[in-house]
Write a protein that binds this ligand. Sequence first.
Ligand code: ADP
Ligand code: MG
Length: 249
Amino acid sequence: MSSHAGSEGAGLNQPVRPSLGAAAPSGGVRVQQLCKTYVSGNQTLTVLDRLDLELAAGQNAAIVGPSGCGKSTLLYLLGTLETPTSGVVEIGGQRPFDLPPPQLAAFRNRAIGFVFQDHHLLPQLTVRENVLLPALATGTVQAAQEQRADALIERVGLNARRDQLPGQLSGGERQRVAVARALLLQPILILADEPTGSLDEANAKIVADLLLEMQQELGSLLLCVTHNLELAARFERTLTLNQGRFANR
Ligand code: ADP
Ligand code: MG
């Protein structure tokens, strides 16, 4: 889980495109018979109903479906932020829900990168500090991680802004910081929930381009919820969620 084969120095001759290294190998996702129900009073809402999904490392897929069909719920389950009602989730050969809570939190931090519709940056921290947050959460920030943060900030085009606060950035710029932060620890799995949903067309394209390019380079697996069919068409697969399952599998 913690051993990354990527060589951080490989990109030093290409300052415009610093190497992003590589995610851990065999970082596929396997979901079997996943169920999620919400119970309130005597009402049970079945959001995910025996859903199956298998994606290999390096793949990318868009998740589409009507509002309320469970797209965010699925992403939160894969991101281990929610617990399944039943079923199996395996990420990079690990069943995260078998882990005790502290190890689950560590696994989530290291193996999974999130990009939400709203950037979720900490307003009192600079761009660079926000990008370094996943490393801070591990207890110590290594010099290589600082270099990597700088490389990512450069890659998303925010070199001149790295000591500024999120409040000084535009919406598109803030979302680019969120992308850089999600990729800091070379996650196996990148989960994006309508990452371009709050952006204008031009910024949406920049953010989508970055996500897809950097996912390819890292060899991570990218799952992206979107309402934008033009964006969905750029992914290798489009998974349509309908009545708790994927319609097109
Ligand atoms: P989507 O992202 O596709 O719009 P969500 O996954 O957010 O849909 O929600 C799916 C359904 O589950 C909706 O009907 C929503 O109201 C319900 N839901 C989501 N979270 C909860 C919760 N914590 N408690 C009860 N119902 C929830
Ligand atoms: Mg949603």
